[in-house]
Design a protein. Sequence first.
Length: 266
Amino acid sequence: MINRVLVAFALKDEFAPWRRRHRFRPISDSPHPVSVTSFRATEVYVALAGSGAPDAHHFHDLMTQITPSLGIVTGVAAGLKPEWRPGDLLVAQSVSGPGGEARIPGDPKLIDLAVQCGAKPAPVLMTLPRIARMMAEKVRLASLGDAADMESLTLMKQWSARGIPSLALRVILDPVEMPMTCDFEAAMDAHGQVRIAQILAQLARRPQLLPDFLHVARQSRRSLKILARFLDRFFELLDRQSSASKARAGQNVSGRAALGLRISRP
């Protein structure tokens, strides 16, 4: 039996470093663009939800088509506490809304697996309706969570409603003291993807933002490479553990069958 895992990124730029490491092939008859690759007996399907998850509604149809056994949401996050530094890989023990409401726990077995692969457990990942751009806002939110994104709660609610074990894995892009001076939200299209032309227009109007933008770009490249390597370790270990579990289950079935034969002999 093949395991199927549905992985959600927000941005195509977040997915790109990991995509380059594998042969992802598009699924032609999918209701929403999705690509798939394999880690031995584990099929990994990747789809984009967009920043703020404007395309999350498509994941209902994807789950019906793919019937995943696991759901994982991943990408970058903002650190809200000083201990979380750029490039830190966090696994969320729970995901909540901006006021700490609607908390959904991550699957304990998947959390343990992520920690074995080098992730650091974070008690609360907050999903916000917009980017936390300024240090003062991040400091204020630190009493409610460890890091912030804009998609995890939306997707984990869907998976939870279907009884699918799920997990949020995030790499820190901007630490608490680092402002995001470019207005990335204003540069998003309807699907939550960054329009680089809009960013360039901002820089043309305010060239003093260029050093900050270049710093974010360098930080992003580094953090997403760390995430890509981590995802390889995670799925390789997930596949090994799943295969070992199935092998043990097969041995138990064979043993019971053999015992039944011995008992049934006259």
